[in-house]
Ligand binder design. Structure first.
Ligand code: AMO
Length: 466
């Protein structure tokens, strides 16, 4: 029976059978060395060239039977987990063969043309670094789940086909076949649903939520990304910040115990941080060459509103559900200049110069929420049409609540010391939002456009315009 390579560390007697991909191959006239790799380790196999099957090349998948022996002192490889042993092969068979590789994967693939790595992502994923990144991602997700499970949070899924929640980016639209001319949008975050869960008495919610934002990709942005999203009732701003800080510290120290995490994350107001560092996501590391230093900080007291530089309209700095830090609602009836000075009960978490999360205490009063929408320039009709459902929910005794969302890809990328979140996502998109592996986005067929009713809508609107 085939065993994982890692088990050879213990089991060293008799014949064993292993299977793995050919990581390296050196064939001399009298002796050959095959480095075999499975998901657990890499092993050196010593083999008589005469029993190597024809057609074996790098990345062929092979099954080898033989016995384990200690390597001589001068042949020990201290960089390999199984570097003290080798397998003396008696039999070797090809399970499946590989065509010539488009790039080498037995080294760090970071230096290889990224478009090739993305086109052949499944090969890139065989490399050690990519595998460790996905394992780190998994381990961290497990620890965060565990932390919140122990504190009575429950994981609840929220819809992906929904109605828009403004988070500052464009939305992806999904036309509806059954309702010609109508459609869903993909959520930029589960913001409204998690607040509705609080109205539903769930009290403590989290979710690994897929979020969609139609914005230009960058090294820390993808059109489709993952948030560790949570919402909680009856806790105030400081309590929520404390909970997040504790969760992050404990989860990281379990998964990466050698990382240096400060005792207490420093807290800056937005004004302070801009004055001292000229950025709302300062990199506070003392030594930027030290890969284990993690410099977190909180930024609070953001302005509730900001003026759009192009349209000059007033926007919500976070999102419109963020509670204003005011004593009386009367403060919302002042001049625009004064409105722009109002602070939000919002908090961002920064790590090594990246914004890795943000959250706020929410408005739970429908009257106050309507006022905010009006300041943001929405008419009563628009408010009812876009947000009537959540305003109505707030008529049914909502609890005080607030929450937070960790940009999970960003957190993992910083912890892995990777330059881009693409390195910690199994199948990411390029900077131009393309998936080079499947070739999406692909042109939409006329028949598909007809089926979802888009074709007739475009014709109708062309007639009206023309
Ligand atoms: P926000 O919009 O700040 O808040 O998002 C939370 C965190 O998600 C990460 N993030 C992204 N990561 C990768 N690609 C993107 N395109 C991208 N956009 C954002 C960031 C960010 O800090 N609903 C609120 C949270 C709340 O109030 O509870 C929200 O989505 O790390």
């Amino acid at each position: 029976m085939r065993i994982n390579l890692i088990e050879l560390k213990k089991q060293q007697k008799g014949n064993v059978t292993v299977a793995g991909w050919v990581n390296r191959l050196r064939v001399h006239s009298k002796i050959a060395f095959i480095e075999v790799r499975d998901k657990t380790a890499v092993l050196q196999v010593v083999i008589d060239p005469g029993i190597i099957p024809r057609g074996m090349s790098l990345e062929s998948l092979v099954e080898i039977t033989g016995h384990v022996s200690e390597r001589t002192t001068q042949n020990i490889n201290p960089d390999q987990f199984l570097g003290k042993i080798e397998l003396k092969a008696k039999n070797c068979e090809i399970i499946s063969s590989s065509k010539e590789l488009p790039f080498q994967i037995n080294t760090n693939t970071l230096g290889i043309d990224e478009s090739m790595r993305l086109k052949y992502r499944y090969l890139d994923l065989r490399s050690q670094r990519m595998r460790s990144n996905l394992i780190l991602r998994h381990d961290l997700a497990r620890e965060l789940r565990e932390y919140f499970n122990q504190r009575d949070f429950i994981e609840v899924e929220t819809p992906a086909l929904t109605k828009g929640t403004p988070e500052g980016a464009r939305e992806f639209m999904v036309p509806s076949r059954l309702h010609e001319g109508s459609g869903y949008v993909l959520p930029q975050s589960p913001q409204q649903f998690k607040q509705l869960l609080m109205v539903g008495g769930i009290e403590r919610y989290y979710q690994f939520a897929r979020c969609f934002r139609d914005e230009d990709s960058r090294k820390d942005r993808q059109p489709e990304f993952t948030q560790f999203d949570l919402e909680v009732s009856f806790l105030n701003q400081n309590e929520i910040m404390q909970l997040i800080e504790d969760a992050i510290k404990r989860s990281i120290s379990k998964v990466l115990p050698y990382k240096e995490i400060p005792g207490q994350f420093p807290v800056f107001t937005y004004e302070e941080v801009m004055k001292q560092y000229g950025s709302d996501k300062p990199d506070l590391r003392k030594n930027k060459n030290n890969p284990n230093e993690l410099a977190f900080c909180w930024v609070i007291d953001f302005p509730l509103f900001e003026r759009d530089t192009d349209t000059k309209k007033i926007n919500a700095t976070h999102h419109p559900f963020t509670a204003p830090n005011i004593i009386s609602d009367k403060e919302l009836e002042q001049s625009e200049e004064k409105l722009l000075k109002i602070k939000a009960s919002a908090y961002d978490l920064v790590l090594n110069g990246y914004e890795i999360g943000g959250g706020s205490v929410r408005i739970a009063d429908p009257v106050l929420q309507r006022k905010i929408f009006h300041i943001l320039g929405l008419s009563t009709e628009e408010v009812n049409q876009k947000f009537g459902h959540i305003l109505e929910a707030f008529e049914f005794a909502p609890p005080p609540h607030g929450g937070f969302a960790i940009g999970f890809d960003r957190l993992v990328a910083v912890l892995a010391g990777e330059p881009s979140i693409r390195e910690v996502i199994a199948f990411p998109k390029t900077g131009e939002s393309r998936d080079l592996l499947t070739g999406s986005p692909t042109p939409l067929l006329e028949s598909a456009l007809l089926e979802v009713g888009l074709k007739s809508i475009i014709k109708k609107s062309k007639k009206i315009e023309g």
